[in-house]
Write a protein that binds this ligand. Structure first.
Ligand code: ATP
Ligand code: MG
Length: 407
């Protein structure tokens, strides 16, 4: 993304006599040749200077020295060199102090790979050998690891998440410190825990993250998910075959033996959105009913499920069941679901040749629950059992269904 645009911000700052660098995640990802999703800039210019030089800005976090500068519609966070004051709530420093030197700003950052800055000419400022750790594929805390995790316990989960995203190991002293300071995780707000767990689970190597959560016993201090990772870690290698985050959560829960209620507790405890919660709980409940075998493929009739749960849920389910097989790359289950869907001449109530109102008029009955029941039956017959989707035919069948119900 917009490296040239970000470079123009650096240039403007330099032209006005300030220092400015690309810093943090973007430098790390450039060096790793990974896609960069946001470019952060650090500078010795104070927020007042930045807002003056860039009239098109949003004062995102002035108190912390951050101004979001907009160039051609793209935002870049420009943050004044700072060090952090005393940490009071194990997460946010109570005050920040602007400093004059880049090296002091890099010192406050969490891991060596995130503590590098790059200038306009591509020169690297790397006081903690982040580049070496990238080459060694290690997540290593800057400075004293125990102190850094005690200052801000979110870093515990960030370490796990970076290991999973990059496929890195955690440097042994850093890992030891994580085990020691794991209890501090209990103080982190549940939304932040959820965000990090989501990034970890959605990553390229989620099984590394799951394993690390167990190895460090971090999950003991995130009560909501305490049992979950412990019980599912042996199956976590399956996660990587799932394209969606909700599918990954559902697989973990199924592997841990959770039923719908337990799944719901985790979702609501982590304050997931309603949509995510419903989609995970529906999957867990269907998996519980179908009980896919870890070792042998299941085959079943997709038709009724497609009508009841809809295509999206069935796709999710097919993915998860497939990932539950030992031969997870086998696409047969998924294509069976797709063919079942395509084979249905009618796919939803909307496509039926009659409406509830038509039924009511034709059968001269008061509206009631019978309408939905009858429409569902008609849908099943037309979608799955070859009944022609024609108005007169449907009304005749409906008449018989209703008469039978009444009888
Ligand atoms: P990504 O954006 O890919 O998730 P990132 O490294 O850019 O990863 P951000 O949360 O965007 O992470 O933070 C930007 C930079 O700010 C980091 O690279 C790091 O230098 C610093 N940083 C972020 N969070 C912390 C923290 N909790 N403690 C210390 N430094 C941090
Ligand atoms: Mg970032």
């Amino acid at each position: 993304m917009g490296k040239e645009l970000a470079a123009s911000v650096l240039k403007t700052l330099e032209d006005h006599g300030f220092e400015a660098y690309f810093v943090g995640g973007c430098v790390r990802d450039w060096l790793l040749e990974r896609p960069v999703h946001d470019i952060d800039i650090c500078t010795n210019a104070h927020p007042g200077d930045v807002t003056r030089l860039f009239p098109d800005h949003v004062p995102t976090g002035l108190k912390h020295g951050t101004v979001s500068v907009r160039v051609n519609g793209q935002f870049f966070e420009v943050t004044t060199y700072r060090k952090e004051g005393k940490y009071e709530d194990y997460r946010r420093p109570s005050a920040v102090e602007f400093v004059e030197e880049l090296s002091l700003d890099l010192e406050r950052r969490d891991f060596t790979m995130n503590a590098m800055a790059m200038d306009l000419q591509g020169g690297l400022h790397d006081p903690f050998d982040g580049q070496g750790d990238l080459a060694r594929r290690l997540v290593r805390a800057v400075g004293d690891p125990g102190e850094r995790f005690r200052e801000d316990a979110l870093r515990l989960l960030r370490a796990v998440r970076f290991a999973a995203q990059l496929g890195f190991a955690i440097e042994p002293d850093t890992l030891d410190a994580m085990k020691e300071t794991a209890p501090y995780l209990a103080r982190i707000a549940v939304e932040r825990v959820r965000e990090e767990l989501n990034k970890m689970l959605a990553s390229a190597e989620p099984q590394i993250g799951c394993w690390l959560l167990c190895e460090t016993r971090l999950f003991d201090y995130a009560p909501l998910v305490a049992g979950l990772f412990d019980k599912s870690v042996d199956d976590s290698w399956r996660l990587v075959h799932l394209p969606a985050l909700t599918q990954r959560w559902a697989l973990l829960m199924y592997a841990a033996g959770y039923e719908t209620e337990a799944a719901r507790q985790v979702c609501t405890g982590l304050r997931m959105s309603k949509r995510e919660t419903e989609s995970i709980c529906t999957l867990v409940s269907l998996l519980g009913r179908i009980q896919p075998d870890w070792d042998s493929p299941v085959s079943f009739d997709w038709g009724p499920l497609l009508l009841k749960e809809g295509r999206e849920t069935c796709e999710d389910l097919a993915h998860v069941i497939q990932a539950c097989w030992w031969n997870h790359a086998d696409p047969r289950l998924f294509s069976a679901m797709q063919s079942a869907y395509e084979a249905m001449p009618v796919k939803s109530l909307k496509e039926l040749a009659i409406t509830g109102r038509d039924l009511q008029v034709a059968l001269q009955k008061k509206p009631g629950e019978w309408i939905w029941r009858t429409l569902d039956t008609l849908l099943e017959h037309t979608a799955l059992h070859g009944l022609p989707n024609e108005r007169d035919v449907l009304i005749e069948v409906a008449r018989k269904e209703v008469a039978r119900d009444e009888y």
